[in-house]
Ligand binder design. Structure first.
Ligand SMILES: [Zn+2]
Length: 509
């Protein structure tokens, strides 16, 4: 169905005679099929798409939803494309939408910069858009892969795109930039999302003048691909010792193992970020990778259906908000959207309006089923706040200060991951890892097959502590979806918090 427009590139690594060092090769850069444009409100530009056709894009307005602390939770660009008006919600689980003869998404808006700790996007106009021809893939097919191996779509706690993550000094805020995917420390493999040149390997790197986006750090790898884009892989527990600086790697090549090194906040995840030239070509800014993750995952695993209940949402007491399953994807028409709120309330519909009278944090489980009976689950949640109450998303502890991290690891709750999350057969070993809040304590597992276990975790609260996470291995005897509940009770308050993992055994992706 999809046009095979594979770009031809010469796969010749040039090895120079001296000491077997691989130097920069003869690969030629190619122009990606995506186009970028930055616009101010009221400004329009004619953009030539990759199929040679042109579209006129005008930015009419940017609508911002802020919370009472002034943090941006949703940014919507109102555009006019060749006379057709459309609302384009900034990425964060939103895929490109078709308007007229093109597809468009919005990957950055300047309203974030007022309160952001850093302008990761290097955006200096009101909004940045990506454009593709109608019906086009978003990235050249066969050139991008989900960078976390043997891992099911949204199987782990993720922090994708620009979700507000943590406060910073001087009233600034840390909006996340890049894609955080959780996993099991030292066990979940991290693979190259693209073919590319290894331009940074931990603290070793090629010339910074030739490769401006690199940021040498012991736990970080940077690759540069033939689009001229840079890919950051952070928090690795191990870098594959056979990798060489200046080497060209193939997509899917193991780079190392996922970990909690560097500024991870002490939770095991891969931070993946694409740095691309800004539309004026002068700087490098973060380019959202969600659409590429989505396409790469579908190419690799051909799932019939992908449920998306993300992102977490916020609301005030008494304010109406909605659960929204419209970011889910399915090959065939969808038969039903079923929601389970806090394990007891059932609701149906692609969008479910809700109002809560009391503040609190709530968990949801979404099940999406297509007309053939294929189904998929996703987990998310929402926070209802009283006026003046902090609304920080609990999902990311990335890049906070040590003091903040220690504070936030108090209270009820636990982080839990498992591996593998794809192609698990009955009897296969599945590794679970968890780190509870509140210092030394016990995480309780209910495997949903009549068995339970308890592990001791967070013995040392230090961010990089070897005994931070606890591990346990479980074997599920029969096929099915197991909802594994991992809970932690705060010894001082007696409050229990937890998380649920969907472990599919004997199932297709
Ligand atoms: Zn991150």
């Amino acid at each position: 169905m999809r046009a095979k427009t594979l770009v031809c590139c010469l796969a010749i690594a040039v090895v120079c005679g001296c000491a077997g060092i691989i130097r920069r090769d003869s690969h030629r850069d190619f122009t990606p099929i995506v186009r970028f444009v930055d616009l101010n409100i009221g400004e329009s530009q004619v953009v030539t798409l990759s199929n040679g056709k042109t579209v006129r894009v005008k930015l009419l307005d940017v609508k911002t939803r802020r919370d009472t602390d002034n943090h941006v939770w949703r940014s919507t660009a109102v555009v006019d494309i060749d006379g057709e008006k459309a609302d384009v919600i900034m990425t964060t689980f939103n895929l490109p939408k078709t308007v007229g003869n093109c597809q468009i998404d919005c990957i950055a808006t300047k309203n974030y910069v007022d309160t952001s700790f850093e302008n990761y996007w290097e955006i200096h106009k009101d909004a940045r858009f990506r454009l593709w021809p109608k019906g086009s893939p978003w990235i050249e097919p066969g050139t991008f892969m989900y960078p976390v191996a043997n891992s099911r779509w949204l199987a782990a706690n993720v922090g994708y795109s620009n979700v507000p993550a943590a406060p910073r000094p001087n009233g600034k805020f840390y909006y996340h930039a890049g894609m955080d995917t959780g996993g099991v420390e030292k066990i979940t493999p991290v693979v190259a999302a693209t073919d590319g040149l290894v331009v940074q390997l931990g603290t070793g790197h090629l010339s910074q003048a030739d490769h401006p986006p690199i940021l040498p750090r012991y736990d970080v790898i940077y690759l540069r691909d033939d689009r001229g884009w840079y890919y950051r892989y952070s928090h690795l527990s191990f870098i594959d010792p056979s990798l060489k600086l200046g080497e060209r790697v193939k997509m899917g090549r193991r780079l190392g193992y996922l970990g909690k090194e560097g500024e991870s906040g002490g939770w095991t995840h891969l931070h993946f970020e694409i740095k691309t030239p800004t539309p004026d070509g002068k700087l490098y800014g973060t380019q959202d990778a969600y659409a590429y993750f989505h396409q790469g995952y579908r190419e690799q695993y051909r799932p019939p259906i992908m449920a998306v209940a993300q992102p977490r949402t916020i609301a005030n007491v008494g304010e109406e908000f909605e659960l929204d399953a419209s970011r889910s994807w399915s090959e065939k028409p969808v038969r039903s959207y079923e929601w389970l709120i806090d394990g007891e309330t059932i609701a149906e519909g692609i969008k479910v309006p809700l109002t809560y009278g009391e503040p609190g944090s709530h968990q949801v489980r979404l099940k999406v089923t297509d007309i053939d009976g294929n189904y998929d689950y996703d987990f998310s949640g929402f926070n209802v706040s009283a006026p003046g109450q902090a609304r920080i998303s609990p999902r990311s502890r990335d890049a906070q200060t040590s003091a903040t991290r220690a504070t936030r690891r108090r209270g009820a709750g636990v982080q839990a991951f498992f591996y593998p999350s794809l192609d698990v057969k009955p009897g296969d070993p599945v590794v679970f890892s968890s780190r509870g809040n509140g210092g030394d304590g016990f995480d309780h597992y209910d495997f949903d097959d009549g068995t339970t276990t308890t592990v001791r975790s967070n013995i040392d609260m230090a961010e990089h502590a070897e005994n931070g996470y606890a591990f346990t291995v479980h074997h599920f005897a029969k096929p099915g979806h197991y909802f594994v509940k991992v809970t932690r009770t705060d010894p001082t308050t007696g409050r229990t918090g937890g998380t649920t993992l969907d472990v599919p055994v004997g199932m297709k992706p």
